[in-house]
Write a protein of this length. Structure first.
Length: 153
């Protein structure tokens, strides 16, 4: 099957029911998406599939065939961070960092559809992304900062 990951087309020979997370990590060596729970309850494996945030632990490889996948590695670059990534740094959101790629990918998805989210909008969009370190107030503030930067252009 073929899929485009972070703008690069890949052909992989995997079972149809292999989770996309394992295709990314084990077959392609892309380690930004993390294994957290395996049942789409924690959000650490969040990626964008054709522009929509999904839990890659619950997307079968066959469902990603022909799709475009963006991981944290493809969201921005060290020299040109995405507004959400930059806000994460500015607000020192990460503590242990394990959930952060999923948090950032979910936040980027939110800001694609809502450029001025309220606290309730942020809480609703981010409710499926768990942070054991409890950085939720910093996450919310970083999202608001990123939203403001994105509105400025």
């Amino acid at each position: 099957m073929k899929l485009t990951v972070n703008g690069i087309e890949h052909e992989v020979d995997v079972e149809d029911d292999m989770p996309l997370l394992w295709v990314l990590r084990d077959e392609l060596g892309i380690t930004g998406p993390k294994y957290g729970c395996g049942i789409a309850q924690c959000g650490s494996c969040t990626v964008h599939l054709d522009g929509q945030a999904v839990r890659s632990c619950q997307v079968w490889a066959a469902d990603a065939d022909g799709a475009s996948v963006t991981t944290i590695e493809g969201l921005g670059t060290p020299g040109a961070l995405h507004a959400v990534q930059q806000a994460w740094v500015e607000h020192q959101v990460a503590q242990c960092g394990y959930c952060q790629s999923g948090q950032i990918m979910q936040a980027a998805d939110l800001l694609e559809t809502n450029d001025d989210p309220s606290d309730a909008d942020i809480d609703a969009a981010m409710s499926g992304n768990l942070c054991r370190c409890g950085t939720y107030p910093r996450i919310r503030q970083a999202i608001k900062t990123a939203a403001a930067k994105m509105r400025e252009g």
